[in-house]
Design a protein around this ligand. Structure first.
Ligand SMILES: Cc1ncc(COP(=O)(O)O)c(C=O)c1O
Length: 424
């Protein structure tokens, strides 16, 4: 077989060559492949196609903006109307009072920007030893150098010849506030810049926070002057039934990293919401005020910003954040019902995202491959779990059908196992 030019992301190439699913078009919650298969998008692509695919008005907005100003950078004195409007809109819905907005190109960018900003801030205020970033085991924060370095998924850190591409990272147990306290004790608060967490840990298997966990973490952060950073790349913009999971879980982050749902994936956009404590020195009048020397070519891209504004308008106009909350209830019921299946170890829901953790009798890779044959896309996550996070325009019945398709695959696998045991 000839080898394709495209090197797919996060792919074991020998295993995917010849098995690629080539998506040619999409509308609403459905994709069409080059073989003519129609597939339900049960993961909203990578957790982000929240308003659904193929919206005409999104295409129209991009077209209109391109005719007016397709791009200009926002370095130094330059700006553009769409970037200004988007920043103002984001400030108006942010769970941080009086926030400032940094725009860039995606989630991994946002993580780099957030962690560099945390270090830059401490450096500026003279506490130059505050450098270490603490993250959680099982966490995923993208794959740029900082995201790779703080990754709680070990396989994403391996093979680079060093424990951490960027110096000064530590991980603590996913739900273990005592481990965080012990790490502060061991390293000393004066060496720690920030703690970062996904409010609901996503790629690591969809783990909502345990009761009291973040309260304790935030108390420790406050008492030890450690910045609290919420990675809302998945949870931002409605996935948890609130615009931000920080509101749902009563978090008061110093920085929020966002991406994905801000445009529902219609364009590559990420960014930060930054609390006054952090931004203040950078905005103070005076020749001595510091410059945050971060920024990317496409920061504040006007077409991207216009798409984000339209996406936020659609979310509000169609009540899709409230709808996501309703869908969470439907998904929770369906997952509760499948929990008693012999091949299911556990289920978890937090917002309109859930996971079915499978027993060792069957692998998540096998189940997701079989479910595709039935017309539904799901995805294997860490811990032998199957991801479910469809668009917010999904119907109740589609949620039932999707979980039903997983059940049918598990039933068939169980029947095969029983038969094999009987004939053995
Ligand atoms: C929680 C979280 N943070 C960061 C990222 C990285 O985002 P991107 O892939 O846009 O760089 C992701 C991507 O899935 C994510 O889930």
């Amino acid at each position: 077989m000839t080898s394709p030019a495209l090197w797919s992301a996060q792919a074991h190439m020998p295993s995917v060559i010849g098995r690629q699913i080539n998506v040619v078009s999409a509308e609403g919650a459905y994709l069409t492949t080059d073989t003519g298969a129609r597939l339900f998008d049960g993961t909203a692509s990578l957790w982000y196609a929240n308003i659904g695919h193929g919206r005409e008005e999104m295409a129209q907005v991009a077209y209109e903006q391109m005719k007016t100003l397709e791009v200009y950078h926002v370095f130094g004195r330059y700006t553009n109307n769409r970037a200004i409007e988007l920043a103002e809109k984001l400030v108006s819905i942010a769970p941080i009072n009086d926030a400032k907005v940094i725009l860039n190109s995606g989630g991994s960018d946002s993580i780099d920007a957030a962690l560099k900003l945390a270090r830059r801030y401490w450096n500026h205020v003279g506490r130059t030893s505050k450098k270490v970033i603490i993250s959680r085991e099982g966490s995923y924060h993208g794959l740029h150098a900082y995201g790779t370095s703080i990754a709680g998924l070990d396989f994403n850190r391996e093979g680079y010849g060093t424990d951490s591409l960027v110096d000064g990272t530590e991980r603590v147990g996913m739900h273990d506030a005592a481990a965080f306290a012990a790490t502060i004790e061991r390293l000393g608060a004066e060496s720690i810049a920030a703690y970062i967490a996904e409010p609901i840990l996503g790629t690591g298997g969809v783990h909502p926070p345990q009761d009291g966990y973040f309260e304790e973490i935030q108390r420790l952060c406050r008492e030890n002057d450690i910045l609290f950073i919420a990675d809302e790349v998945i949870t931002g913009f409605g996935r948890t039934g609130e615009m931000f999971a920080s509101s749902r879980y009563k978090l008061q982050p110093d920085i929020i990293a966002f991406a994905k749902g801000v445009t529902s994936g219609y364009a590559a956009l990420g960014g930060l919401l930054v609390a006054p404590r952090i931004w203040h020195p950078f905005f103070e009048q005076g020749a001595d005020s510091p410059i945050y020397r971060h920024g990317t070519t496409y920061s504040g891209h006007p077409v991207t910003a216009a798409l984000a504004l339209k996406n936020l308008e659609i979310l509000e106009r169609e009540g899709l954040v409230a709808r996501s909350s309703e869908l969470e209830q439907v998904l929770a019921r369906e997952l509760k019902a499948i929990e008693s299946h012999a091949f299911v170890a556990a289920t978890r829901v937090g917002g309109f995202l859930g996971a079915i953790e499978l027993s060792s009798d069957v692998s998540a890779e096998f189940v997701t491959d079989q479910v595709i044959e039935q017309g539904f896309i799901t995805r294997p996550l860490r811990g032998n779990a199957v991801q479910i996070s469809p668009p917010f325009i999904t119907t109740d019945q589609e949620v039932r059908d999707l979980v039903g398709a997983v059940r049918a695959v598990l039933d068939a696998a169980q029947a095969r196992t029983s038969k094999a045991r009987a004939t053995a």
